[in-house]
Design a protein around this ligand. Structure first.
Ligand SMILES: Nc1nnc(-c2c[nH]c3ncc(-c4c[nH]c5ccccc45)cc23)o1
Length: 333
């Protein structure tokens, strides 16, 4: 029942559809600061009735849900907070009635971009972290999402070292399915990297859509440099317009990180001596010299196609999903 709480409660939190959530996001984005400052109670839209039990229009911290520090799988929980997303801290949340564990990203209103939510609300795919609901409370947007309790690929590599090729193939296939879906809808993620791929027991999902854009023309011409330098494609660095192929290049650099434990360039050009990699990427990409020595010939060929310097010649997600590197003969595994 969109517009009403589960029992018709008049509280500020309603069950609704993605369109109701987008209306809510636009409402709070247009709210004057004074209006937002003295909210009597939380307000928001919950998409997923199964996981989030709204009570009489209320969904309050330490009542309908609690926030936990993540029990970081590999490290003792320092702050218990997941490394910062694009603009917010990610906690582990649990609904006190359904016991469902979720990721909850807290984004201060001053940093909030509607794009952070629009894409996740509009596009649903098993390899994209599902959005369960969005609330505004205490000047912060609370985004409740599907939780990858296995942590991110970055935490896994930092704690357990380089991944074996069959693990890399498993992650790469899932990421490519998510990218195939986004790119078919002309959506560019813009920040594909190990920390934005999180692990569940049976799948890997893409997270952090804070830099995502939906293309309206064939090319997207950015106003600013978006993404993380080490994983950036030459055409993004050039800032003369790019398309969805930039995510494919970033997946290639992410695979190098998974197989060597370091991002491309960092070993040959230590960060201490090189404050910025933009010029190196512009002049030297693609970083085929950083591919692991024990990389299989099939995976090396895959990386050559994914990091092709010319985006029009670079492979697409559907093309790479059929690449032999992702379908090794059984005895290789
Ligand atoms: N920036 C951002 N925007 N949305 C997310 C997000 C949605 N669901 C999630 N599930 C897990 C993690 C996560 C990252 N590192 C971790 C280390 C240990 C445990 C969990 C994690 C992050 C998310 O992250």
């Amino acid at each position: 029942e969109s517009g009403e709480g589960v029992d018709g409660g008049a509280g500020g939190v309603k069950y609704g559809k993605a369109t109701d959530l987008l209306d809510f996001i636009n409402l709070v984005s247009d709210m004057a600061l004074a209006e937002r400052q003295h909210l009597p109670e939380e307000m928001g839209v919950v998409l997923n009735k199964k996981e989030m039990a709204v009570q009489k229009g209320r969904y309050q911290i330490n009542r309908e849900f609690v926030l936990f520090p993540w029990k970081l799988t590999y490290k003792n929980p320092r702050t218990g907070l997941v490394p910062n997303g694009s603009f917010g801290k990610v906690h582990l949340a649990q609904d006190t009635k359904t016991r469902k564990r979720m990721a909850c990203k807290l984004i201060p209103m001053e940093n909030f971009r509607a794009a952070d939510v629009e894409i996740q609300a509009k596009f649903r795919h098993e390899n994209i972290a599902e959005l369960y609901g969005a609330l505004l409370w205490d000047q912060k947007i609370h985004l409740f999402m599907e939780a990858g309790e296995g942590g991110s690929v970055l935490e896994k590599v930092d704690s357990c070292g380089p991944m074996r090729e069959f693990e890399i193939i498993w992650v790469t296939r899932q990421v490519l399915r998510g990218l195939e879906y986004l790119h078919a809808n002309k959506v560019i993620h813009h920040d594909i990297k190990p920390s934005n791929i999180v692990l569940m027991s049976d799948k890997a999902v893409l997270v952090d859509f804070g830099l995502t854009v939906q293309m309206t023309e064939e090319m997207y011409t950015p106003r600013d440099l978006r993404g993380t330098e080490m994983y950036m494609s030459p055409e993004v660095v050039l800032c003369r317009g790019h398309d969805t192929k930039i995510d494919i290049y970033s997946l290639g650099t992410t695979i190098i990180h998974m197989q060597t434990g370091s991002p491309p360039w960092a070993t040959r050009f230590p960060r201490t001596a090189y404050p910025s990699y933009l010029y190196i990427i512009h002049k030297l990409a693609p970083p085929m010299e950083d591919v692991a020595e024990d990389c299989s010939p099939a995976m090396r060929s895959f990386l050559g196609r994914a990091m092709e310097r010319n985006p029009t010649l670079r492979a697409s997600a559907p093309e790479l999903l059929t690449h032999e590197a992702l379908h090794p003969p059984r005895e290789d595994q």
